[in-house]
Design a protein around this ligand. Structure first.
Ligand SMILES: [Zn+2]
Ligand SMILES: [Zn+2]
Ligand SMILES: [Zn+2]
Length: 119
């Protein structure tokens, strides 16, 4: 039997070679993600509604950007940010949330080097 040629892992930015779609490490990651969110659109919709409720409530309790407030500026909250991203196991627990204005939110994501999320 000829060995299957190895290809780069399909995970964005991962240089590992694999015989499957992902390297061993990212296959595990992918499986976890699959279990968490599923691929059922109905599950996604439910998840989205719950988040919208939590987000709106948090925003109404934190009407001012928490980051700007620390620096003595009063800027209206425009986005709710997950301190630990959901993709890294973060939750909608309020301890993981922070109310931000758009520019603070953009700054945090730029500093983390991750992609903007539009929640
Ligand atoms: Zn990989
Ligand atoms: Zn701000
Ligand atoms: Zn964010």
């Amino acid at each position: 039997m000829p060995r299957k040629p190895k290809r780069p892992c399909s995970w964005p930015g991962c240089p590992n070679l694999t015989e499957g779609r992902f390297c061993e490490e990212h296959q595990k990651e992918e499986n976890r993600r699959y279990e968490k969110y599923g691929r059922d659109p109905a599950v996604r919709r439910r998840y989205g509604r719950a988040w919208k409720r939590i987000r709106d409530k948090y925003a109404s309790e934190h009407p001012l950007c928490e980051q700007c407030l620390k620096e003595g500026r009063y800027v209206r909250t425009e986005e709710i940010h997950h301190k630990l991203p959901l993709s890294q196991g973060g939750t909608h627990e309020r301890g993981n949330l922070i109310a931000l204005c758009r520019s603070c939110h953009a700054k945090i994501h730029a500093e983390n080097g991750d992609r903007w999320h539009n929640r």
